[in-house]
Design a protein around this ligand. Structure first.
Ligand code: ADP
Ligand code: XUL
Length: 540
């Protein structure tokens, strides 16, 4: 019975999902998560990130990801799952983060000793000890420099799928080159987190695939190869330091002897790794256009498949390559789960009391609007943490409603470039188990919301991608819809329906929210008259 392993290295944890697919028999055999802070406390991270007094800095220790992978592979081998049956492995990782390796890495990867833990063999291979991740927003200046060098924001967006964003890898590489030129000189290869972890599995430098490479401001989206003007604008001699770009379904090697000898894995094919969002597209079953997914993870993301790369000229969102070979649109919000947690902790609530607070407060929150920027925000761009509250602060329960409504209104507002009318949403990520949050989502978007059977859609997507490549090699007629059937389909009885009256109220509230946002960013007049009018109307 063939098994497929999918791994997802996210901001806070590493998850593994093992699935079994044999004709009509398809099920998730195992889903297990290893939290970085709890299980690898010696790296000193909080929520997977190293503490820094500057809220704009977001870096993590790459060795922590190495140790987590080693631990997880050992754990799986002892879990009771027959790892000898694994017919394909793939993975995904948080997007945009980069790992800098020196010239010793190639030989170190090729000669891993099965008798020694991975971390102890790889310590010397980094030319930069920490990895900037998607939460880093220190590269405003580098974004401007790259934009100017390629011509304009629009030019960069149309070619690469996005205007320059602080967290994107190109601006991050440029900043590293400027601040630490000697260390940049000493860098032989720059990986994304995804291709770095894939390299550990295969024992050689892995390629990138277009989905994750589109998060760099360096790839020509339609050519699916490096775009020379962007590469040249980023740093000197960059091209030889970048991995190759391979098709998403590429077989990039087999599990290295290290994994075979140390834990008893077979010489299983490894399929190119991708970013967590492209992987989730498959894991949420969105292989054809028409529906969107909302992932409520560390970041909140709104994304959906696209057959053509319709780039967002307003500069809010991104177009990435999709694992199917088509495209996907995405808008990312930095203040996701950690903002919800912050409000929960400030008021000393459990998740169930948090849900209770949502259930017991009125939609529209009597006109209390929160802009939930507890940390710098990506969408809209806000460089310093500053939570704005319009109209008097209420109690804990109204603060809970304010944070969730603020997030959902912002998602609805900033995903309009991607889809004008949403009918169905597949909800995923850690907070998607919370049905009271999903009710606010359904009401704000006026859409049916479904939960998915496997919690971690990125890891599931990775397993499904491995299965797709394996099955496609045997039967060219296999479609994506057939591969995801029965595993990445929404749970019918999980449906949360929108309430038409509440949706009507939120439709009126979206422009009020937009006015608050513009005002908070110094780009619009005082929104209080609008808010007062909204509150008067809802009272009648
Ligand atoms: P990642 O992006 O790191 O993969 P996850 O998708 O695993 O993150 O989501 C983790 C988050 O899920 C936690 O930070 C927590 O805030 C949130 N979470 C867990 N349980 C609940 C709940 N019952 N209600 C709302 N949020 C929850
Ligand atoms: C997407 C983004 C985040 C990370 C972390 O552009 O920055 O969603 O992938 O999950």
């Amino acid at each position: 019975m063939p098994l497929y392993l999918g791994l997802d290295s996210s901001t806070q944890s590493l998850t593994a999902v093992v699935i079994e697919i044999d004709h009509d028999r398809r099920r998730a055999v195992l889903e297990t998560t290893l939290g970085f802070d709890e299980e690898l406390p010696h790296y000193g991270t909080r929520h997977g990130v190293l503490l820094d007094p500057d809220p704009a800095v977001g870096v993590s220790p790459p060795l922590m990801w190495v140790e987590a992978l080693d631990l997880m592979m050992g754990r799986l081998a002892r879990s009771g799952v027959d790892v000898r049956e694994i017919a394909g492995v793939s993975g995904s990782a948080q997007q945009h983060g980069s790992v800098y390796l020196n010239a010793s890495a190639e030989a170190a990867l090729a000669s891993l000793d099965a008798g020694t833990p991975l971390v102890d063999q790889l310590r010397g291979m980094f030319s930069r000890e920490t990895s900037p991740i998607w939460m880093d927003s220190t590269t405003k200046e580098e974004c401007a420099e790259i934009t100017a060098a390629v011509g304009s924001e629009l030019q960069l967006a149309r070619r690469t799928g996005s205007r320059a964003f602080e967290r994107f890898t190109g601006p991050q590489i440029r900043r590293f080159f400027k601040l630490a030129p000697a260390a940049y000189d000493n860098t032989d290869r720059i990986h994304l987190v995804s291709s770095f972890l894939a390299s550990l599995l295969t024992g050689r430098h892995a390629p990138l695939e277009p989905g994750d490479a589109s998060g760099m401001n360096l790839m020509d989206l339609s050519a699916r190869d490096w775009w020379p003007p962007a590469v040249d604008a980023t740093a000197p001699e960059l091209l030889p330091r970048l991995p190759a770009i391979a098709a998403p379904w590429s077989h990039i090697g087999t599990l290295a002897p290290y994994w075979q000898v140390r834990y008893g894995y077979p010489a299983t094919p490894v399929i190119a790794w991708t970013g967590d969002n492209p992987s989730s597209l498959v894991g949420a079953g969105l292989v054809v256009e028409g529906r969107i997914a909302i992932s409520l993870g560390t970041s909140d993301t709104v994304f959906g498949p696209m057959s053509e790369p319709r780039v967002d000229d307003s500069g809010t969102g991104h177009v990435f390559g999709a694992p199917t070979g088509a495209y996907m649109g995405l808008t990312c919000f930095q203040n996701g789960s950690l903002a919800r947690e912050r409000v929960r902790e400030d008021h000393g609530l459990t998740w169930s009391q948090f849900s209770q607070a949502l259930a017991s407060t009125p939609p529209g929150n009597a006109g209390r609007i929160m802009l939930p920027w507890f940390s710098p925000e990506i969408t809209p761009p806000v460089s310093a943490p500053c939570v704005h509250r319009y109209s008097a602060t209420g109690n804990g329960a109204s603060d809970v409603r304010a944070v969730v409504e603020g997030q959902m209104l912002s998602m609805a507002l900033h995903s309009q470039w991607m889809v004008s009318r949403v009918e169905t949403i597949h909800a995923t990520g850690g907070a998607a188990i919370n049905r009271e949050i999903l009710q606010v989502m359904a009401d704000v978007f006026g859409a049916r919301v479904f939960q998915l059977p496997v919690g971690n859609s990125a890891a599931l997507g990775a397993a499904l991608r491995a299965a797709h490549t394996h099955r496609h090699a045997r039967d060219r007629s296999v479609t994506w819809a057939e591969v995801v059937a029965g595993l990445a389909e929404p749970l019918v009885n999980s449906r949360v329906d929108p309430d038409p009256n509440r949706h009507a109220l939120y439709r009126d509230l979206v422009p009020v929210y937009a006015a608050c946002e513009a005002h908070a960013r110094g780009r619009g007049p005082d929104p209080r008259p609008l808010l007062e009018r909204f509150t008067r109307q809802t009272h009648h």
